[in-house]
Design a binder for this molecule. Structure first.
Ligand SMILES: Cc1cc2nc3c(=O)[nH]c(=O)nc-3n(C[C@H](O)[C@H](O)[C@H](O)COP(=O)(O)O)c2cc1C
Length: 216
């Protein structure tokens, strides 16, 4: 890929406000988008996310009523992804999930796993209380979100982050459908994916020379 192609992809991605309800993302492309999240980086490799990929129209319509930032996007999109993030209890160094991650996913020998747990414990002590731990975990989930939007753009698939949500109401809907266990996960953000109906506007951004300082 050359540099113009990279810039084209970055410009292609925009906050798409309305999708063509008749155009659905193929399962092959959806898998690539999800890979964008699965392969995203996270602090100490904790992968605190889970992606609820909603294609059920009735559920999308219901959720759109409590997501003020996604009134047109959620009902028209092909897939609405709700980004869940593990709770502080789940990502503490002595949790079952961290044990699974170190042993079954990363295949660390016992002494390495124990060192990693100690390292995680010192990070945890620095981060502090549950509120800070949840924010720390949410930050990782946003990185996965960004990676998924860019993966989609590479496939000419549009997206729109939906941060304008009533979290409590969304969580209630998910709990009622047995899609969320609040002890383990909380809702962080949403993102709609699909195909645009309107052309995007040129990007309005600060000039390049104002957003960075090169230190030689
Ligand atoms: C964390 C976050 C939350 C956002 N929430 C919403 C939202 O609820 N509804 C919406 O239409 N756009 C939302 N956006 C899109 C931004 O408004 C948009 O990315 C920004 O204005 C820049 O425009 P562009 O993405 O088209 O380049 C959100 C973006 C981010 C990063």
């Amino acid at each position: 890929m050359n540099k113009n192609e990279v810039i084209d992809i970055l410009n292609f991605r925009h906050a798409c406000k309305e999708f063509d309800p008749n155009k659905k993302i193929s399962s092959e492309n959806l898998e690539v988008i999800i890979e964008g999240g699965r392969l995203a980086p996270s602090s100490i490799g904790i992968e605190p996310w889970h992606f609820l990929v909603i294609e059920n129209q009735e559920l999308k319509d219901e959720l759109s009523k409590v997501c003020f930032g996604g009134k047109t996007q959620i009902p028209t999109c092909s897939h609405f992804i709700i980004y869940l993030t593990r709770t502080p209890k789940e990502i503490r160094s002595d949790s079952e999930y961290i044990n699974y991650l170190l042993k079954d996913v990363q295949h660390l020998p016992d002494d390495y796993a124990s060192n990693m747990r100690n390292f995680m414990k010192s990070a945890e002590d620095m981060i502090g209380d549950d509120e800070n731990m949840q924010s720390y975990a949410n930050e990782q989930t946003y990185i996965a979100l960004s990676s998924m939007m860019l993966s989609a753009a590479m496939l000419n698939i549009d997206s729109c982050t939906i941060g304008g949500i009533d979290r409590d109401a969304v969580e209630k809907i998910l709990i009622d459908r047995n899609l969320l266990d609040k002890e383990k996960f909380r809702v962080t953000v949403g993102c709609t994916f699909g195909y645009r109906v309107h052309d995007s506007k040129p990007k309005l951004r600060q000039p390049l020379n104002e957003v960075f300082t090169l230190v030689k």
